[in-house]
Design a protein around this ligand. Structure first.
Ligand SMILES: Cc1ncc(COP(=O)(O)O)c(C=O)c1O
Length: 408
């Protein structure tokens, strides 16, 4: 066990040591990672770091002490609601990330259902592509997850509706799902939710700050946001395609009566009641400030330009991998693409890419390569494709590789 050093070190010394530790990290600034990081360029990085540093000690737990943060959060949430065509009266909150938003959405839907007479163990009905965060929420709240097989990688609405019963507290769709980057048929899920008076949550952690701008740029996307009348809540991450600092997501509700069930009124303890809008006590001021700053730094035009690069990168990759004999899974329209090969060993190719400095993900069902693209990838797509071809050549005749394990 290493004990805390007796005497402190100088900042230059610590900085040098940390730079040294980072030597082995993936070269994400060069566009070498298709997961974990959303690289919108150096200028955006500078803005968010400066804004984060300005408010790194302030605490969103205290809106009376820090009306600045309360205002920034209100404005960020209002921006998110407007982008997702929320109706008058819609509301929301910032959370620390996608998992947090999803867990809070499930808690809200559960308490809403209970307040409306549901009793016994509640269940969530999700497509099998829904993020494991729903499972985490279910584990914590003793709920059942009914994971329904997808059809052509998209939510099978009829099968999901058939899986619902009186204890269903939430239907889930993704916009898009992480494994394949595809937008579930939210309008059909919305109709099913309305027919059965169910809570429909759209997990737009990945797409919430991407799809609106892709649509503004002219793509014909299916309706997946509050324009679908059965959608009651949406999770939309700032720290993904919003390009904000990590620790920032939004959870949005069609109306306040729904959101009221998210609030924790905890205690009593010696200090009386503790009312918090989300699970968190301390809420990092830096993440709120950085989100506000990046949204206002980029504006609609800035996001449209960045998201056009993401789509451009995806189109280049799709065309290139198709030439190499890969099959793109489904019809992605945003920034994630997965592709499989009928003859080549995708996991051996992935290993080859890793050796060439690319940190990217894969699917196990079906075995496929996965990319979550950033604006930076528009610059490096050709390099990626050259390395992919070389890795394919290396994989011929090699022993089959098992699926790699990633933290994701
Ligand atoms: C579709 C989707 N939902 C939720 C999450 C969870 O987000 P976070 O990692 O911010 O908790 C992810 C993460 O990749 C995701 O892709």
């Amino acid at each position: 066990m290493t004990q805390l050093t007796q005497t402190g070190s100088s900042w230059p010394d610590l900085e040098a040591r940390m730079r040294d530790m980072a030597q082995g990290d993936v070269k994400w600034r060069d566009g070498r990672t298709g997961m974990y990081v959303f690289n919108a360029g150096e200028d955006v990085e500078r803005v968010k770091k400066a804004a984060y540093a300005m408010f790194s000690e302030e605490n969103g737990l205290g809106p009376m002490a820090f009306p600045s943060l309360a205002r920034m959060e209100r404005e960020v949430v209002a921006n998110a609601l407007a982008l997702l065509h929320a109706p008058e009266g819609a509301t929301g909150a910032m959370t620390s990330g996608g998992t947090d938003s999803i867990v809070m959405a499930v808690k809200t839907a559960r308490d809403f259902a209970r307040a409306n007479g549901q009793s016994g163990q509640g269940n969530l009905v999700t497509p099998d592509t829904a993020h494991p965060a729903f499972h985490k929420a279910a584990m914590m709240m003793d709920l059942e997850v009914r994971r329904v097989p997808t059809k052509d990688f998209l939510a099978d609405v009829a099968a999901m509706e058939a899986a619902c019963d009186a204890n269903t507290i939430m239907l889930v769709g993704s916009a898009p799902c992480f494994p394949f980057g595809l937008i579930d048929p939210i309008e059909a899920l919305s109709a099913a939710a309305l027919r059965n008076d169910l809570w429909l949550h759209v997990d737009a952690c990945v797409g919430g700050f991407l799809a609106p701008f892709v649509e503004m740029n002219g793509a014909a996307l299916p309706i997946w946001d509050f324009r679908a009348p059965g959608v009651r809540s949406i999770s939309s991450d700032l720290h993904k395609y919003g390009y904000c600092s990590k620790g920032a997501s939004t959870l949005l509700f069609r109306d306040k009566a729904m959101k009221d069930h998210m609030v924790f009124d905890a205690g009593p303890w010696p200090m009386g009641r503790m009312l918090t809008p989300t699970l968190a006590g301390t809420r990092p001021g830096g993440a709120i400030a950085a989100a506000w700053a990046v949204l206002n730094y980029l504006g609609v035009e800035g996001y449209r330009a960045k998201q056009a690069l993401v789509v451009q990168a995806r189109e280049k990759i799709e065309a290139g991998v198709s030439k190499l004999g890969f099959r793109v899974l489904g019809r992605p329209q945003l920034g994630i693409v997965s592709f499989t090969h009928d003859e080549a060993d995708c996991f051996a190719i992935l290993r080859g890419m890793y050796k060439r400095g690319w940190m990217t993900a894969s699917n196990v069902e079906p075995p496929s390569l996965h990319l979550m693209l950033s604006p930076k990838h528009a610059e490096v797509a050709e390099e990626y494709l050259r390395d992919l071809e070389a890795s394919m050549k290396d994989s011929v005749g090699a022993a089959p590789m098992p699926a790699p394990g990633y933290a994701r």
